[in-house]
Structures are given as structure tokens and as C-alpha cells.
Design a protein around this ligand. Sequence first.
Ligand code: ZN
Length: 371
Amino acid sequence: MQERALKSLAIQSVVAMLFIIVFSNCITFYNKYVGVDSGNSKDKSIQTISAEEISRQSANSEINQFVDMEVGVTVSDISSNYLRIKKLYTKNTDVFLKDVYMKSGMRLTIENLVSKDYTNTDIIKGENCADILKSVELHYKEKADGTYTAVFDIITDTVYVQKLYEDDMYYYIELLDPHQVYDKIIVVDAGHGGDDTGTYSRDKKYDEKDINLSVVLYLKELMDEQENIKVYYTRLEDKKVYLNPRVNLANTLKADMFISVHCNASKYDDPDGVEVLYTTNAAKTPISSKHLAAIFANTFSKDLQMTNRGCLKQNEVYIVGNSKVPVVLIEIGFMSNEKNMEFMKKQVNRKRMAEALQDCILEGYKEIEKE
Ligand SMILES: [Zn+2]
């Protein structure tokens, strides 16, 4: 009896040991071949990349752009939703409107006021307009010359393309559906930002957030020339942006593509190349996330002669899994790999990466137009 019990115990131990060996090898394999693009685990970020280059580039790249006053338009020309605000004086006021699309809103600034005459109820939605106005916050700034500036932060129900008009009585802000204005709309997201530095190079001199932003700023230069595609960016400066507003922007805009740019890392030195994450949660039209991911992985790796690690389904990654529109999260290289890192360090190569991303976008549209 005792002998049999001992025998079975021995067999059980051997089986358990074999299991542990197989299991630990599986973990090693997983860590080695599946990139771990983890969040912040570094205490201090040392920015050697391009801090200068980035600030020079992002100086004229604020995502919130001024809307020009359109001349020669009368209110009878406005056919869609609009807001209006009465004019207090007939002259000497300066009006500026900035699109703040990340908040589905805008900032209206009226300068050279003699006193604090406006209230936040002075922003009125146009007659017969839908329930477009969500909130208005007003604050004043006093200038050295004794005049006041009224700053209205206006939130609307969704993202609009805004147009600014005036007549003798009012300023008008026309609100247009972006798809009414642009044929093609995409959202480009530079991963991480601010105190969310992302992953980092082995020598800890390079933060992922900076490489992502640098590549996206070069991509913007290229896409600015591409007049038929409207690109909305989630950030164009070193700034923290939460994940929810990023994916929300793409969903609200019903973008044709949502492209999130990241760098990869592994605890091993050898994994290298490009990898693209996709989801099965998003709508399959105008193209499935999986199909778009394959186009990005192929085009990007071919353009830059990089290893193509293929595509990974990642419904649990927030930005990917919560996207309702065709999404790709492209890991453009491994910061833990010497060859990839040496490549990404060079400005000229980050420009090439931006060109490759532009190719990916254009290839994506070719497929969309086929379907
Ligand atoms: Zn990342």
C-alpha cells in the first residue's frame, strides 16, 4: 500500500515538474515574440530626441485652429445648424473663433469690450436648429488698456466644421457635419504624451511618446499637402491626452480610419520590426480593422524593408477595442532592439516612417474604394 502511494506520488511529481517546465517555456516564448508596449515604468524621462526639433515643428501645429471670418455671406445663406451672438457695438471689436474638436466645441473670443456686458446666455442656437448647444462658459480677461476680452467656451452635441459670419446685428457660427464638407476623414493619434511617456530605449535616453509625436508631425507635413483627406489629430504637442477622448474623436467623426502610432518593446533584445493591432469589435465598413491592419503591416514593412511581424487581434487594448471605426494601432519599431532604435533615432528615418504611413493611408483608401 505504502509502496504504491509512494510510486504514485513520484509519478505526480514528475508530471508536475514537466508541466512547470513546459509552462515556463511558454511564458518565455510569449515574452520573446509578443511585444510588450507597456506604460510608464521609468522614473525620469530624459529627452534627448528632438526636444528642440519637436517644439520647432509643433510651434505651428496646434490642433486648435482659428476659423476665418467669411465675408459676403448673409444669414439667409446658412442652411444648417448655427449659433449666434449679438453685437454690442458697431465697430472696434475683434472676434476670433477656435475649433476645439477634442471637446466637441469651440472657443469664441471677443476683444475690446468697454465693460463686461455679455453673459453666457448670449450664445443662442439658431431658429429651427436641433439641440446642438450643450453648454457655454464665459470668463473675462482685463487688458492693460482697460478693455475687456470675453472668452466663451462653447460645447456642442458633436464635432462640427465651424464657419464664422457676421451681419450688422450678430456674429454667426455655422455648424456643418464634417462629412458634408470633406469626402475623406481620418484620425491620427500619436500614442502617449506628457507624463505618460510610454516605453523607452535600452539606454533610457529616448521616450516612446517623443518618437510617436515626431513621426506624426512629419506625417502632418505630408498630409497637409494631401488636400482630399481631412486629418484630425489627437495631439500635436507633448501633452497628456486620456485614451477615451482619443477613441471618442474617431467614433464621433465616424472616421474612415483611426490610426494610432506607437513603438514596441520587449524584455529581449532580438524582437524587431513592425506589428499592427486590430479589433473585431469595430464596424466592418468601409473596411475591416483586420484588413486595414494587414495593409498597414505590408505597406510599412515593404517601404522601410523592416521585418513584418504581422497583425494581432487585441480587443482588450482600450484604444483598439473601443473603436467603432476601422482602427489600426501600428507599432512602428522596437525600442528594445538596437537595429530598430538606431534607425528611429535619425530624423531622416522618422521622415521615412511618416512617408510609409502616408503610403499605408493611401493604400487603405485604394482598398476602401474597391469595396
Ligand atoms: Zn505605446
